[in-house]
Design a protein around this ligand. Structure first.
Ligand code: SF4
Ligand code: SF4
Length: 123
């Protein structure tokens, strides 16, 4: 059977009048599922510097770094979000539950160095 020569034109016209497939980000956003895992948040006040998060991380995303606090120098997690798999293991093993994955997915950056978040930036 011969191909209909008008078919491509009909397809183009259909696309012109159809609703766009993309959303206007950031004005409009997809709703997230309950188990969505996004950028980490750290409560520096309750972190006990145990390093369990850094040890469990499967992609070497967490580095323990020195931080000055009211109670003196401590080590706390610095996270390279670019390397994060959002597996949630760091949240799972954290004894005081001070490191959690949030619903935030806004972490686009122009400079790759900005993916590395010091504890103060995660707090
Ligand atoms: S979510 Fe997974 S990959 Fe990301 S920092 Fe935690 S343990 Fe590492
Ligand atoms: S964030 Fe949690 S697991 Fe990581 S060092 Fe602090 S207390 Fe330990």
């Amino acid at each position: 059977m011969a191909a209909n020569p008008a078919k491509p034109i009909i397809e183009v016209l259909k696309q012109i009048v159809s609703k766009p497939y993309t959303m206007e980000y950031p004005e409009n956003r997809e709703s997230l599922t309950d188990n969505y895992r996004g950028v980490e948040k750290l409560d520096m006040k309750t972190c006990i510097s145990c390093s369990a998060c850094a040890r469990i991380c499967p992609n070497s995303t967490i580095t323990m770094v020195d931080v000055d606090t009211d109670k003196g120098a401590k080590v706390m997690p610095e996270i390279n979000i670019e390397r994060c798999l959002f597996c949630g293991l760091c949240e799972e093993v954290c004894p005081p539950k001070c490191l959690v994955l949030t619903k935030s997915y806004d972490f686009e950056r122009y400079d790759r160095r900005e993916f590395v978040k010091r504890p103060e930036e995660l707090d």
